[in-house]
Write a protein that binds this ligand. Structure first.
Ligand code: BEZ
Length: 223
């Protein structure tokens, strides 16, 4: 079955993009990566998404995350569409999108990575790409995937929040609760025994009493 699972090494594909021919792992280098696909160039929801992604590119760079987009059109179309995206953002026409867009006109990558949306088709009846997000770690393994249908735009501010959690939990044995934001308290994962927790979390572990009497709701300040 096409597709890629958490923990898999992300395919080191080669592709034509708006910055030329790339090999994904070389493009990413030692950075984290975020790869996001779009149904089609010159479509309204995609334009708003890429506009927001462009506005937030400095925030992704601060987190050492390289961005790359994909749509099932040609490099030439991507260049033309990029000008519209900059205009949507009220940026000067000479400004360029701060990340490349892959041209997947034959849908090779869309099929390989399980990204087609069977409910959205072009005028010839061929499926368009869904709105996939893949976050790739510096070890080139898949850390997160999200799949939205073509009709629902994503929230790139939420993706930054998610990356903050992924990066924190890659470095520390903690988990982040619902709606967590950087600086909020975090949770002690359930696989940490109580007698190890004191040594692992020097800032203290605070356990919430529950009717079950089970002591699994354990918080600690963000390391
Ligand atoms: C859009 O980007 O606006 C879009 C693309 C395909 C289906 C629906 C919406």
């Amino acid at each position: 079955m096409p597709g890629i699972l958490l923990g898999d090494v992300f395919p080191d594909f080669e592709a034509e993009t708006t910055i030329g021919h790339i090999k994904l792992h070389d493009y990413l280098g030692d950075s984290w990566g975020i790869f996001f696909s779009h149904p089609r160039d010159y479509t309204p929801v995609c334009t708003t998404e890429l506009g927001r992604a462009s506005k937030l590119s400095g925030e992704f760079s601060k987190r050492n995350v390289k961005m790359i987009a994909l749509s099932v059109d040609s490099v030439e179309d991507h260049h033309g569409w990029s000008k519209d995206i900059m205009a949507y953002n009220d940026e000067a026409p000479a400004c360029k999108l701060p990340f490349p867009i892959i041209a997947d006109a034959k849908r090779d990558l869309a099929v390989k990575l399980g990204m087609l949306d069977p409910d959205e088709r072009d005028k010839d009846g061929i499926p368009l790409t869904a709105r996939c997000v893949f976050v790739i770690g510096p070890d080139k393994k898949l850390k997160l995937s999200i799949l939205y249908p073509a009709t629902t735009g994503r929230n790139f501010d939420e993706l930054l929040r998610v990356i903050d959690s992924l990066q924190l939990t890659a470095q520390n044995r903690v988990a982040t609760p619902v709606g967590w934001k950087p600086g909020d308290r975090v949770m002690v994962p359930p696989n940490i025994p109580e007698d190890e927790a004191a040594a692992l979390y020097p800032a203290g572990v605070f356990t919430k009493d529950l009717p079950s009497g089970k002591k699994y709701l354990r918080y600690t300040p963000q390391p």
